[in-house]
Ligand binder design. Structure first.
Ligand code: NAD
Length: 475
């Protein structure tokens, strides 16, 4: 386990020698004391990346692919150790942590290949003696700022395409979960990623964000986190007109229509809502159920919710770990309190779990209305709030009535409805008859205040390339 910063190909405690505790959310125990960067360390990381950028851009795409392929293989070979580190700092069940490692590794594998296909265009010329070309060039130094809920995958989703495109990347992981980042960097070194091409700086977020956004050498910023911080970083990046990719908060609706297969709908709702204890940007935040199947669906969902096994992520069979912090628990309690105060009914759970700490009971609420806090804000916890509706138009109106637009889900057997509702939902990612949609080969990202840009698929690499037009005359 690495507890130091990684700058210019070297592990360093940082110039100030400061450290911050990394806690196991399940026990509160200190699992590591992570080095905290000061201003000089961050500037040094940018300088190292800037110095490494031209050579990395010149490495041929197949050679970069070989290095990334090796990185992918090392991540997969070390998946158990990486999962252990992840669970220790984040709390999610070990099986889920392992799933995250393999999911993230998939982006490295996929972009290792895609880097060979950053094609341009040969454009028919507009005059005799001319040749017109459009080529994709690496944007230059990139930076990523990532959240604690997927400490490994959020980094690999960004570093895979950045490095494949020929861009160095400076990673600023969430302060709660820096150990997954350093572990990935260690494997990157072993894979042969050159010094300066990958850097990890952890520490005071606002200070690091300010330096990364102010520095003109950083040409692209890829951020995953809250909408509030995303807006701030976008404004800060305007000073040097960087490319910005933002994967921000969501408020996903999950709609169950009368004609849905209820077993499929319940399985989808459980997977979407309770994975990572409900701490995912794509998790169902509002469950809309049509009146004809409302009671039957709710009863099946209640049975599934009450069967969830809450426990330490390291315990065999644990399906829901702790929440990340006491503040996260307080937010969940506030949302439940507001809903119940407004007339909602608690059908399962509703409060802190007997395990104590930040463990919370899997919770099911009915009688929730669209104007309640729990419907308006991301709860980021294991609470399924059910809103009843009568018509398709009403469901679409409720679903779209949010400034967010990341993921949405709906369950139906109607072919026409799949198209109608799929097209009407104002979200970047829509799951039909499934609660799990992420895949490295598909474009992931939000509309409205959920973000800009896409991760995954051939589109994800665009965030790290610029289109350059060459007009050659006198041929
Ligand atoms: P957050 O915005 O507080 O933190 C995210 C990252 O930003 C962390 O690394 C943090 O240290 C950093 N940060 C905080 N303040 C900063 C500042 N002033 N300058 C620079 N960096 C700063 O979000 P969080 O609470 O850790 O994560 C949860 C949020 O992330 C949720 O809203 C969730 O929906 C969102 N999220 C989105 C996606 C997605 O793909 N759209 C994925 C996961 C999480």
């Amino acid at each position: 386990m690495r507890e130091d910063l990684f700058i210019d190909g070297e592990w360093t405690p940082g110039s100030a020698g400061e450290r911050t505790d990394v806690l196991d959310p399940a026990t509160g125990a200190v699992v590591a004391r992570m080095a905290a960067a000061d201003e000089a360390d961050v500037v040094r990381a940018v300088e190292a990346a800037k110095a490494a950028a031209p050579a990395w851009a010149r490495v041929t795409a197949p050679e970069r692919a070989r290095i990334l392929r090796r990185w992918y293989e090392l991540i997969v070979e070390n998946a158990d150790d990486l999962a252990t580190i992840l669970t220790a700092e984040q709390g999610k069940p070990l099986a889920e942590a392992r799933g995250e490692i393999l999911y993230g590794a998939g982006f490295v594998e996929w972009y290792a290949e895609e880097g060979k296909r950053t094609y341009g265009d040969v454009i028919p010329a507009n005059a005799a003696g001319r040749r017109l070309l459009a080529v994709r060039r690496p944007v230059g130094v990139s930076a990523s700022i990532t959240p604690w809920n997927f400490p490994s995958a959020m980094i690999l989703r960004k570093a895979g395409p950045a490095l494949a495109a020929g861009c160095p990347m400076i990673i600023k992981p969430a302060e709660e979960t820096p150990l997954s980042a350093t572990a990935l960097a260690e494997l990157g070194v072993r894979a042969g990623i050159p010094a300066g091409v990958l850097g990890v700086v952890s520490g005071e977020p606002a200070m690091i964000g300010e330096i990364l956004t102010a520095n003109p050498a950083v040409r692209a910023l890829s951020f995953t986190g809250s909408t509030e911080v995303g807006k701030l970083l976008m404004a800060q990046s305007a000073r040097t007109v960087k490319k910005v990719a933002l994967e921000l908060g969501g408020n996903a609706p999950l709609i169950v229509f009368d004609d849905a297969d209820l077993d499929v709908a319940v399985a989808g709702a459980m997977a979407s809502k309770f994975r990572n204890a409900g701490q995912t940007c794509v998790c169902a935040n509002r469950i809309l159920v049509q009146s004809g199947v409302h009671d039957a669906f709710v009863e099946r969902l209640r049975v599934a919710v009450q069967a969830l096994k809450v426990g330490n992520g390291f315990e065999e069979g644990s399906e829901q770990g702790p929440l990340i912090s006491p503040a996260a628990v307080a937010k969940v309690e506030r949302h439940i309190g507001d809903a119940v105060g407004g007339g909602a009914t608690v059908l399962a759970g509703g409060g802190r779990h007997e395990l104590g700490g930040t463990f919370f009971q899997p919770t099911l609420l009915t009688g929730v209305r669209p104007d309640m806090l729990i419907s308006r804000e991301e709860t980021f916890g294991p609470v399924a709030p059910v809103i009843a509706f009568d018509t398709e138009d009403e469901a679409i109106a409720i679903a779209n009535d949010t400034p967010f637009g990341l993921a949405a889900y709906f369950f139906t057997a109607g072919l026409g409805r799949m198209w109608r509702v799929g097209e009407a939902l104002e979200f970047g990612v829509v799951g039909v008859n499934t609660g799990l949609i992420s895949y490295e080969g598909a474009p992931f990202g939000g509309v409205k205040e959920s973000g800009l840009g896409r991760e995954g698929s051939r589109h994800g690499i665009d965030e790290f390339t610029e289109l350059k037009y060459l007009c050659v005359d006198g041929v």
